[in-house]
Design a protein around this ligand. Structure first.
Ligand SMILES: CC(C)(COP(=O)(O)OP(=O)(O)OC[C@H]1O[C@@H](n2cnc3c(N)ncnc32)[C@H](O)[C@@H]1OP(=O)(O)O)[C@@H](O)C(=O)NCCC(=O)NCCS
Length: 176
């Protein structure tokens, strides 16, 4: 396979990221968005994550962005401040070549470096074997399923909750 590069995302990557997410919104059930956000909205979301100090990564093959992953606040209330929720999306053509796993592993490492203690995946559609598989392989435990909480493409969809401790997890209390 061509050389894979995983690096922090930059503003110049956002058109490619917007395109990857657009495909996932229009044709997939991993996300419960129904209308693809445009470049301006994806730029606003990116800036909010970067301003918040969260990791946002891309995967590139021969300098072409083929996937991205980021972590963001799980919930806004302050007691959740050591818990992040992750997202990872690849171009369909390059699924099942280990790229999703490498992106997620790097995202885990970057989140640990920032001191976060738990990472949660909220996976759209319990039939999403790819996402459940890659999260399991990266050490996430199955927490449970919220049945029939989404409606997309004319059918009810579950969300699957998976979770992984980061760094020392709950073994110690943070100093700050
Ligand atoms: C989910 C996604 C990021 C996985 O990335 P990927 O590069 O295709 O997955 P990888 O090749 O890294 O797979 C790593 C492991 O996960 C598991 N896995 C991946 N895809 C799988 C599938 N379709 N079925 C079962 N297990 C799967 C396997 O254990 C695999 O290891 P193996 O190939 O050695 O058996 C990618 O499929 C994707 O972008 N899907 C659409 C969007 C999406 O669902 N995003 C997640 C939102 S929560």
């Amino acid at each position: 396979m061509s050389q894979l590069e995983i690096r922090p995302a930059a503003a110049a990557d956002l058109p490619a990221i917007t395109g990857i997410y657009e495909h996932a919104v229009l044709y997939g059930t991993a996300t419960f968005e129904l209308i693809p956000p445009d470049l301006a909205e994806m730029t606003r979301r990116f800036a909010a994550l970067i301003d918040g100090g969260f990791p946002y990564l891309i995967a590139a093959l021969e300098s072409r962005v083929v996937g991205y992953a980021y972590a963001g606040a799980y919930r806004p209330r302050p007691a959740y401040r050591f818990t992040v929720e992750n997202s990872v999306y690849l171009q369909p053509a390059i699924h099942r070549r280990g790229i999703g796993m490498q992106l997620l592993q790097r995202l885990i490492a970057e989140s640990e470096q920032r001191g976060y203690r738990q990472m949660i995946a909220v996976i759209g559609d319990s039939a999403n074997a790819g996402s459940i598989g890659v999260h399991s392989k990266c050490g996430f435990q199955m927490i449970g399923t919220h049945p029939n909480v989404g409606l997309k493409f004319g059918r009810w969809l579950d969300t699957v909750m998976m979770q992984r401790a980061l760094g020392e997890g709950a073994e110690t209390l943070p100093t700050s």
